[in-house]
Design a protein around this ligand. Structure first.
Ligand code: PNS
Length: 160
C-alpha cells in the first residue's frame, strides 16, 4: 500500500493545491491531505474550517482523506504508515525552502521520501498568501480558489 501525506497550511486551499491533490492521487493508493495546527502562526481560517473546505472539495474520492496534525510532519507521516511526503513546487523561488525542509525531514526519517510535483503553469503564481491579500482588498478570486468555495473565502477575507 503506497501512502502519501500532502501537508500544508491550506489557509485557504487554492486551485494550485487542488491541482497537486489530483496529481498525487494518481500516484498512490492512499493520499492523506493534512492541515498543520500551528499555534504560532495567525491564520485567516481555523484548522477546522480549512479541513472542512478541503473535505468538501475532495468529495467522494476513495483514495483521498483530509485531516489535521500537530507536531512534526515525520511523526505524523509515520503514524499514518506513509512512505511519501508530497509537496508542490511552483517556481524556482520555492526551491530553497522546500529543499531545506526535504533534507531535514530526510535526516529525521530517512525512510520517508519527499516527492515534488508541479502544478499547471497557470497556477505558478497562485499562493494562499496572495489569495489572502487579494481577498482582503475585495479583489476577484476566480482562477485562484475553487469555484464552490469562492464566496465563502471571499466573504471571510473581506472581513465578513
Ligand atoms: O503550506 P506550508 O505552510 O508551506 O506548509 C508547511 C508545512 C506544514 C509542510 C511545514 O511547516 C511542516 O511540515 N510543519 C510541521 C512541523 C515540522 O515537521 N517541522 C520540521 C520541518 S523540516
Amino acid at each position: 500500500m503506497r501512502t502519501a501525506i500532502y501537508p500544508g497550511s491550506f489557509d485557504p486551499v487554492t486551485l494550485g493545491h487542488w491541482d497537486i491533490i489530483q496529481r498525487a492521487e494518481r500516484l498512490v493508493d492512499q493520499l492523506v491531505v493534512a492541515v498543520l495546527h500551528n499555534p504560532s502562526k495567525t491564520s485567516a481560517f481555523t484548522v477546522e474550517e480549512r479541513v472542512a473546505m478541503l473535505r468538501e472539495l475532495v468529495g467522494e474520492r476513495p483514495k483521498v482523506t483530509v485531516t489535521s496534525f500537530h507536531g512534526l510532519l515525520v511523526d505524523f507521516a509515520k503514524s499514518q504508515g506513509a512512505q511519501f511526503i508530497v509537496r508542490g513546487v511552483r517556481a524556482f523561488s520555492d526551491f530553497e525552502y522546500e529543499f531545506q525542509m526535504a533534507l531535514m525531514n530526510r535526516k529525521l526519517a530517512p525512510e520517508l521520501e519527499t516527492v515534488f510535483l508541479m502544478p499547471k503553469e497557470k497556477y505558478s503564481a497562485v499562493s494562499s498568501r496572495l489569495v489572502r491579500e487579494i481577498g482582503s482588498m475585495g479583489g476577484n478570486l476566480s482562477d485562484l480558489v475553487p469555484a464552490t468555495l469562492r464566496e465563502r473565502i471571499a466573504e471571510r477575507l473581506s472581513g465578513g
